[in-house]
Design a protein around this ligand. Structure first.
Ligand code: ADP
Ligand code: MG
Length: 330
């Protein structure tokens, strides 16, 4: 009897389509690794119909990320962003409502942070090549600094146009575009009927619902130990972005040169080593992680504590972890 029971349970376990209800896909886009996971409330998870639906949902996410990359990549000469960089210093340029919106959000965060977040950092940013261990000279930085100024980006909402008041201004949306892409993909999955999903692009993660009855666990990488996590957070229906000085960097004479630039100096920001922001809106969460990284622990925490919709986890240069008021136990 017992033996039969065991055989029965064994057959049940191996014929249950449980594992097939979670669907995952990873792909490369926007110079990073992207990942999507979702759950389908469908009992017939092994049918051809479901397989087709799964492929469609994965294609929606991949196509949306690729579309945004085509429009916003500074590395693609044909992108709308490259066109802006080539022409907005000469004349006002009408741009897509989508790009206009992101420039508006960027402007808002620049004002909020007194320019710690500034997409015109790119006026010097393009002279860094972390893979080739190249950085601009002190002189080159000095020459470029007048063009690092968010107030030189003039937006005209009536005509959906942009103009730079300084001819050397260059912009880059690397600090906000991935969060926006995550937000768009989650919205598309939701519109397609998905209720539980995770979308990730590099350090930006957005969550739709819970992990089917449980929270999602999102890890914050240990800033100085590869493949190790500093913390894991249980999250539901939130977005989380991490900015770290370990993603793209090189070390020269003991100094770390990395991809988050202090717009005031044109040099890498070095007050902290990792900043994670949690909140509902993936676009803001992404931009704010870059912002707070530049601001550092004191000014950064002050800003986050003044924004009730966002929380922060900051790892300082001594590798001490600090959390914003909303995350502190009462
Ligand atoms: P990641 O791109 O690794 O996810 P972040 O979200 O912190 O990390 O964004 C870093 C990117 O933001 C840089 O690669 C660059 O494109 C852009 N960036 C760097 N410094 C600034 C800044 N001060 N303001 C706005 N964007 C910045
Ligand atoms: Mg960011």
């Amino acid at each position: 009897m017992l033996k039969n029971c065991v055989v029965f349970i064994f057959i049940c376990i191996f014929s249950l389509p449980v594992a097939a209800k979670w669907f995952k896909n990873s792909f490369k886009v926007m110079g990073t690794q992207a990942h999507v996971e979702f759950w389908l409330d469908d009992n017939k998870t092994n049918t051809a119909d479901t397989q087709q639906q799964v492929q469609q949902l994965i294609a929606i996410v991949q196509n949306e990320m690729r579309r945004i990359d085509e429009a916003m990549s500074p590395y693609k000469a044909s992108s709308e962003l490259s066109l802006i960089n080539a022409q907005a210093g000469i004349k006002a340029l009408q741009i897509s409502p989508e790009l206009f919106h992101l420039l508006q959000v960027s402007q808002k965060i620049s004002k909020l942070s007194n320019g710690a977040f500034d997409i015109t950092y790119a006026s010097i940013g393009y002279q860094y090549d972390y893979r080739k261990k190249q950085r601009p000279s002190k002189n080159a930085i000095k020459k470029a600094l007048p063009a690092i100024d968010y107030s030189a980006v003039k937006l005209d909402a009536k005509h959906s146009s942009v103009r730079f008041t300084h001819k050397n201004v260059k912009i880059d949306l690397g600090g906000i575009a991935k969060g926006y892409a995550v937000k768009r993909c989650l919205a598309l999955l939701k519109a397609a009927g998905v209720k539980h999903a995770l979308v990730n692009a590099g350090g930006d993660t957005g969550l739709l619902g819970d992990r089917h009855g449980r929270p999602w666990y999102v890890g914050i990488k240990h800033p100085r130990a590869e493949n190790k996590m500093a913390v894991e957070l249980p999250l539901i229906n939130e977005a989380i972005s991490t900015s770290g000085d370990y993603e793209r960097y090189f070390i020269e004479d003991g100094v770390r040169y990395h991809h988050i630039i202090n717009p005031q100096t044109g040099d890498s920001a070095r007050k902290v080593v990792s900043v994670s922001i949690i909140g509902k809106d993936p676009t803001y969460v992404d931009a704010l992680s870059t912002t707070i990284f530049v601001e550092g622990l004191v000014a950064g925490m002050k800003l986050i504590d003044s924004l009730p919709e966002f929380e922060a986890i900051i790892i300082d240069n001594q590798q001490t972890l600090h959390v914003s008021k909303g995350l502190q136990q009462q």
